[in-house]
Design a protein around this ligand. Structure first.
Ligand code: NAD
Length: 395
């Protein structure tokens, strides 16, 4: 079939298998261009491995460090005459390319929050790898069914305490407007923490530990975001920020557990704001990202997911480099985003942006291009008018 982008709000409901494969290849080429990650991980397990930071982590480990990888994700598989999601096509392409170079790659498409997937993954680690030395937790999910109670928790992106009004952009139509969001209820705060906090990460580590499949000296990393003051009411001090505080608290407990296992460690890496399926759903943030991209591209310091994750591995976690912790013990690969000159430029542009000047003052064009790229559209050398086989079974 001929596959065109069909954008509905902040999602694109179609995705292009060859475009997704080309996007994977670009990321592999980038990692290879940076050379091997010395003393990198060897047996890697990624929770949330099909898109965004989790996918980039998997590619960095596999193609930078020749790691064997197991990935868990929640995607719609393709079927004859039915498109799969981008994460499905990303994973079929990654797996084919990894195996073509002799790298082990195994996948679990299912609910990472469930006990069933935990049991299946642990059996696979025992069977194929023996143990894992890096566990990446990179889930972004709108809901979680609790494995013990069966309760479905839904996360919300709302301020806490006060009503919040700020500017936002409809990225599809380029319309800048004010958005007002009512504060979250106590239940919504608790639900968001149940989904995006640290409980599930800790359940994974405990299950892996009890099964004896964590290697001595293993590292576990989860991802967070802080950002500048202009986004704090909706992010850092909002429901998602409180969930991230819970993730950080879990990190301390996981770190203590891993330290008893041959000096392992758990870390939070604070990453840069990037276009992803998760971030495009947050009000205000896409406008901030459009401004940020303009400034960072002009400065030559712009990075995407793959540049961020390759840098995290090569300059912080491995290569014999010492980790640069911030005052709260977190790794900061948002350091270039948070540089004072970058943020001063954001503060200057922020109040000036209108529907009329958004193309000129911000990189909304770059935002849109990157958004479409996540679904495999806009890649060079792909004939988007050609008939494409939409069914890509997992090999
Ligand atoms: P993403 O939407 O691109 O990826 C989410 C992944 O989670 C996908 O692989 C998806 O399949 C998987 N997933 C979702 N629900 C699942 C479930 N129930 N079971 C199994 N897999 C499931 O998101 P992202 O932007 O890469 O975010 C990953 C992490 O990075 C999040 O913790 C996010 O808060 C953090 N982060 C994101 C940004 C940003 O700007 N995008 C910045 C800093 C930190």
């Amino acid at each position: 079939m001929v596959i065109k982008p069909r954008v509905r709000g902040f999602v694109c409901v179609t995705s292009h298998p060859e475009g997704c494969a080309a996007h994977i290849q670009q990321q592999i080429d980038y990692v290879k261009s940076k050379g091997p990650i010395k003393n990198g991980p060897k047996n890697v397990f990624v929770i949330g491995s099909s898109t965004g930071f989790g996918l980039a982590s998997r590619i960095s480990a596999a193609f930078g460090s020749e790691a064997k990888t197991i990935g868990v994700f929640f995607e719609r598989p393709s079927e004859p005459a039915r498109l799969g999601t981008a994460g499905w096509y990303n994973t079929t392409a990654f797996t084919a390319k990894a195996r073509a170079t002799g790298l082990y790659a195994r996948n679990f498409n299912g609910d990472a929050f469930s006990t069933d997937i935990k049991t299946q993954v642990i059996a696979a680690i025992k069977e194929d790898l023996g143990s894992v030395d890096l566990i990446i937790y990179s889930l972004a999910s709108p809901r979680r069914t609790h494995p013990d109670t069966g309760t479905v928790h839904r996360s919300v992106l709302k301020p806490v305490g006060n009503t919040y009004t700020n500017r936002t952009v409809d990225t599809d139509r380029g319309i800048v407007s004010d958005v007002t969001i009512e504060p979250a209820s106590d239940t919504e705060i608790a639900d968001t923490t149940a989904v995006m906090g640290g409980d599930d990460w800790e359940l994974w580590i405990k299950a892996l530990d009890e099964a004896g499949v964590i290697a001595d000296g293993a590292t576990s990393v989860a991802y967070s975001y802080i950002g500048p003051e202009v986004t704090w009411d909706i992010y850092k001090n909002g429901t998602i920020g409180l969930a991230k505080n819970d993730l950080e608290a879990a990190c301390k407990r996981i770190d203590a557990l891993l330290k008893t296992k041959g000096y392992g460690r758990a870390l939070i890496s604070v990453n840069k704001a990037l276009v992803s399926q998760a971030s495009s759903a947050i009000p205000v943030v896409p406008l901030y990202i459009s401004i940020l991209y303009k400034i960072m591209k002009a400065k030559g310091s712009h990075e995407g997911c793959i540049e961020q994750m390759q840098r995290l591995f090569a300059t912080q976690l491995y290569n014999n480099s010492a980790v640069d912790f911030d005052e709260a013990g977190r790794v900061r690969v948002d350091d270039w985003e948070m540089q004072e000159d970058v943020q001063a430029a954001v503060r200057e542009i922020w109040p000036q942006v209108t529907t009329e000047n958004i193309e000129e003052l911000t990189d909304i064009a770059g935002y849109r291009a990157e958004f479409l790229k996540m679904f495999g559209f806009g890649l060079p050398d792909i004939d988007y008018a050609a008939d494409t086989e939409s069914h890509r079974p997992m090999i």
